[in-house]
Design a protein around this ligand. Structure first.
Ligand SMILES: [Zn+2]
Length: 256
């Protein structure tokens, strides 16, 4: 059995949620975390989770949308945190590749939400791209107060950042990127990450794994991610799945 720790069910368009849910079940996936990031979809994500037993959720403002973050969204994060199925604050972080919001605003909104996670005693789901120094500096500041840690999802940064976040107690989430031909850098990070600190995710509808490139990604493609990690680390697939299931429950205690 597996847990899909990161997807965006509110963005999936190719199939109905009922079809997707059946395929998820058939793929041996017992629980799914749908990540709320779009300020316009925070309510929708909660509704999807409310209506479906196996679907859990998060609430957060993505670095791209930092410029639109207001107290209204932060209050939503606070209010929903009491729900049993809100497992984390996220995804939050820094993205200097696209710079859809200016870095200064991104940093401020990242810090505000890390502070919220500390107050709510929840783990965080972090997105970081081409922002290694600032990610490190900010996480260092929250090192003591962020008790539950969380995951650096869709990891594409350097082995150096991987070592830093591992030493800080975070998990690392890998997705279909590791199946791409030109992903040696991420594959190298898989190799140095202890299996006790790995999480599986798809980040669907983005980043469809090989051999389904060109189609909309979906949570039921998670087995391709698991198989690739087993191959890269020369591990027995079932043994890896058992360990990663434990990791997912430890990273997100409200899943248990
Ligand atoms: Zn995402």
């Amino acid at each position: 059995m597996m847990i899909e720790t990161h997807c965006h069910l509110d963005y999936l368009k190719a199939e109905s949620l009922e079809v997707i849910r059946q395929k998820i079940k058939d793929a041996g996936i017992m629980k799914v975390i749908t990540i709320g990031v779009d300020p316009l979809n925070l309510d929708l994500v909660v509704d999807i989770s409310d209506q479906h037993e196996e679907i859990y959720f998060t609430q957060g403002i993505h670095p791209h949308d930092s410029k639109d973050a207001t107290e209204v969204e932060f209050q939503k994060i606070r209010d929903r945190s009491v729900k049993p199925k809100m497992v984390a604050v996220g995804e939050i972080g820094l993205d200097y590749h696209y710079n859809n919001s200016v870095p200064e605003v991104q940093r401020k909104v990242f810090e505000t939400q890390l502070q919220l996670a500390c107050e709510l005693d929840l783990p965080v789901v972090i997105h970081t791209r081409e922002a290694e120094d600032d990610t490190k500096a900010i996480l260092k500041n929250f090192s003591r107060s962020l008790k539950k840690k969380g995951v650096i999802h869709s990891f594409t940064s350097s082995p150096d950042l991987a070592e830093f976040v591992l030493s800080e107690g975070f998990y690392i989430g890998f997705n279909g990127i590791i199946t791409f031909k030109k992903a040696e850098n991420v594959q190298d990070v898989v190799k140095i990450t202890p299996i006790e600190r790995i999480l599986f995710e798809t980040d669907s509808p983005f980043l469809t794994p090989v051999p389904h490139r060109g189609k909309e990604n979906a949570p039921y493609y998670l087995p391709f991610v698991a198989a690739k990690i087993a191959e890269l680390k020369a591990l027995d697939l079932e043994q890896l799945k058992d360990q990663v299931l434990k990791n997912s429950l430890q990273c997100f205690p409200k899943l248990a």
